[in-house]
Design a protein around this ligand. Structure first.
Ligand code: HSE
Length: 294
């Protein structure tokens, strides 16, 4: 039966002041195989509790099939490689969602446009900042107009390295959204809007001073950092190691350091090992393909 093998990239979301908007895909991937069957659902390669109809790759596949007006039919989904840490703020859900909608489209004649793919993916994720770069790659800025997501790509300097650092504990996105205030002050909205606009050009130009200043945020990080034990220690390590930027990746607890130094990972690891939690780092470069067939 018809089969497709895909890889989907890790993503970061928010990126400092760009709450629910900015995102970037990175060259660390999960891999999936989708194979049509006459009937039924088979899921392999992930823990037993996810091998059912609630599986996010299947939910996304099914949503895309329904969007195209097609019978869902039988499908076998195999997770063949998992390199994106789960529930850490590096878009592991977005890898499943982007793979599911892409596979449905690819296995059934590519009827969906990019706009359709983003719309279905966003219906499942609820905000477009992870799913847009997971689908299309690169550094993206997105918004919702009602239920309709829109996204554009920005250039990002190839001199920049991103080093993510994730701890040995999880923070659920649900909890991380629950700590956010319902209302924000006008001056805080101005703080973020102005920094978001400047950050985009600073990342393109690799302007380290402006990157550092414009990554500040008042909409989510001040609240979420309280959920991340050793946040201040990791931030100090990053800044003392010469990083030009530091932010919470997505809803956390992964923390992201931005640097022009290709040896930044080794420098951070040397100091992270003295902390109480076990912090694991991965050196990342942007991915420009998004989910794709391999
Ligand atoms: N923008 C989302 C948030 C990303 O910060 O809650 C995590 O899903």
């Amino acid at each position: 039966m018809k089969k497709i093998k895909l890889r989907a990239p890790a993503t970061t979301a928010n990126v400092g002041p760009g709450f629910d908007s900015l995102g970037c895909a990175f060259s660390v991937y999960n891999q999936y195989e989708f194979e049509l069957m006459d009937e039924g659902l088979v899921i392999e390669g992930c823990p037993e509790e996810f091998c059912n109809e609630e599986n996010l790759s299947y939910v996304s596949y099914k949503a895309a099939m329904e969007y195209m007006g097609l019978e869902v039919g039988g499908i076998k989904i195999k997770v063949t490689e998992t390199n994106v840490p789960v529930s850490r703020g590096l878009g592991s859900s977005a890898t499943m969602i982007s793979a599911g909608v892409y596979a449905a489209n690819a296995l059934h004649g590519y009827k969906m446009t990019d706009t359709d793919l983003l719309k279905v993916a966003n219906m499942i994720e609820g905000h477009p900042d992870n799913v847009a770069p997971a689908l299309f790659g690169g550094f993206t800025a997105s918004f919702l107009d009602g239920a309709d997501p829109y996204t554009v790509k920005y250039n990002i300097s190839d001199k920049l390295f991103f080093c993510c650092m994730y701890p040995d504990f999880e923070v659920s996105t649900h909890k991380a959204r629950a700590v956010l205030p319902k209302e924000v002050k006008h001056e805080d909205a101005i703080f973020n809007v102005s920094r978001t606009a400047v950050l985009l050009k600073a990342l393109e130009n690799c302007d380290e001073e402006l990157i550092k200043l414009s990554l500040s945020d008042r909409l989510h990080q001040p609240y979420r950092k309280e959920l991340i034990d050793e946040y201040e220690d990791v931030k100090k390590i990053a800044l003392d190691s010469g990083c030009c930027g530091f932010f919470i990746s997505g809803a956390g607890p992964t923390l992201m350091a931005v640097s022009t130094d290709k040896d930044v990972k080794e420098k951070l690891d040397e100091k992270l090992k003295d902390l109480n939690h076990k912090w694991t780092s991965i050196l990342l470069k942007p991915d420009f393909d998004g989910v794709k067939e391999i």
